[in-house]
Design a protein around this ligand. Structure first.
Ligand SMILES: Cc1cc2nc3c(=O)[nH]c(=O)nc-3n(C[C@H](O)[C@H](O)[C@H](O)COP(=O)(O)OP(=O)(O)OC[C@H]3O[C@@H](n4cnc5c(N)ncnc54)[C@H](O)[C@@H]3O)c2cc1C
Length: 381
């Protein structure tokens, strides 16, 4: 299947590429070194419409389909070297805005989506906790009913963008006796009394995307901010995470393309033993593998996006896309370091950063092990 994109899709891709190249990531090396969130770049993405690509126009977005949105995020990942920023944009798009779009009532959509699309607000997705990672719905955070709302208590951990987020979509249990069927979803403004955000935690990669904890101590959340009704958490999580697990890696396609082109060029230019290193089969085999991973990743991603637009069930395809694309980028980044030799290992060339940035992809939105077990369970094993 070779996807055929229409004129508008190709134009949007080109515009994003041009924008990302010229306006984003100018201080990336410093930001990576100091783990600084590029807030101005975030606002630029908002002004460019990238934060609202998949959101209907009436809620401040661009009203684009999933295929076009994926092309935009791919172009962002190609034109902008800041993988932390790309991850933040993808995370907000698929794990905060999308659930609000699907499960939110009119008031919630009007209140939150325009602010998120414009970049005025930053959204994060609070699910993981100390004792519940892969087994996400065994979470311990509680939501106790009180007059006019709920009191949240608990701690969310490893939350991307939490230290800078204005809004958190939080899963908490409003009926612990019912186990995971008691999980509900809440839209929590992080300025609410009883809600605090930790400082960013030092981490391996995507350092421009600050990760931290959200702490809730009798944090009052009004009834109007319950998303989709009590006990909806499990279906919200399984439905929206299914798409998120694929689309969160759309930026990876661009990063992979960039790595591939860079390695191909280097293999032609770098000479050892009197000839380009690309003449050595051990190097050229790596380039061939990179190209193959890029091609197969694209096909899987575009297929999933087309299935979303056609409103088809894509459980297996989403898990395969997550597994394949995250592992493909990690393998490409490892190959890129090897191909560049010591240059690949030095911070100043940016190749090692790509390797550090790639590692998280095989963990977030479900580890590779979890994707494999999802695929096999959907196959009836
Ligand atoms: C960069 C990054 C960003 C993140 N952003 C967010 C965020 O925004 N919001 C959020 O809520 N969370 C976020 N997370 C957390 C992420 O969702 C969890 O790390 C992930 O779900 C795995 O949970 P865990 O780290 O507790 O590992 P564990 O679940 O403890 O797993 C440890 C190991 O055991 C394996 N394992 C566990 N269960 C099984 C099983 N059933 N079968 C086979 N193997 C298994 C895992 O594959 C892994 O290798 C982020 C993580 C990273 C790295």
């Amino acid at each position: 299947m070779t996807p055929a994109f229409d004129e508008e899709q190709l134009t949007r891709r080109e515009q994003t590429l041009e924008f990302a190249r010229s306006e984003l990531g100018s201080q990336l090396r410093d930001h990576d070194r100091t783990s600084t969130f590029p807030r101005e770049d975030w606002h630029r993405c908002g002004a460019q419409g990238i934060l609202g690509s998949h959101i209907p126009v009436e809620y401040g977005g661009q009203g684009l389909d999933a295929v076009t949105t994926v092309l935009i995020l791919e172009a962002l990942g190609y034109g902008c070297r800041d993988n932390g920023l790309t991850l933040g944009v993808g995370g907000q798009t698929w794990s905060v805005q999308e659930p609000i779009l699907i499960y939110g009532n009119e008031e919630q959509k009007q209140k939150f989506l325009p602010r998120l699309c414009s970049g005025e607000w930053i959204g994060c997705h609070g699910v993981s906790e100390e004792t519940s990672g892969s087994d996400a719905l065994s979470l311990q955070t509680t939501a106790t009913k009180t007059d006019g709302g709920y009191l949240l208590n608990g701690r969310k951990m490893y939350i991307g963008m939490a230290p800078v987020a204005d809004l958190a979509l939080v899963l908490a249990n409003s009926d612990p006796e019912s186990g995971k069927w008691g999980v509900s979803a809440f839209l929590v403004e992080t300025s609410s009394p009883g809600c605090s955000r930790s400082e960013p935690r030092a981490k391996t990669g995507t350092r421009t995307n600050p990760m931290g904890d959200l702490l809730f101590e009798d944090c009052f959340v009004p009834d109007e901010h319950l998303l989709g009704g009590e006990g909806i958490g499990m279906s919200l999580f399984t439905q929206t995470i299914s798409w998120e697990r694929a689309f969160i890696h759309a930026g990876h396609l661009g990063a992979m393309q960039h790595l591939f082109e860079r390695c191909l060029k280097y293999a032609k230019e770098r000479r050892q033993f009197g000839q380009p290193i690309g003449n050595f089969q051990s190097v050229s085999n790596r380039i061939a593998d990179m190209r193959l991973r890029l091609e197969t990743s694209r096909l899987l991603m575009y297929k999933v996006a087309a299935m979303k637009d056609a409103e088809e069930d894509a459980g297996i395809e989403c898990a395969m896309a997550n597994l394949h694309i995250s592992e493909a980028l990690l393998a490409c980044a490892t190959d890129a370091v090897r191909i560049h030799g010591a240059r690949g290992y030095l911070e100043e060339h940016g190749v090692e950063r790509q390797l550090r940035d790639s590692i998280g992809g095989v963990i977030y939105a479900g580890t590779s092990d979890i994707q494999r077990s999802l695929i096999t369970s959907l196959l009836g094993l």
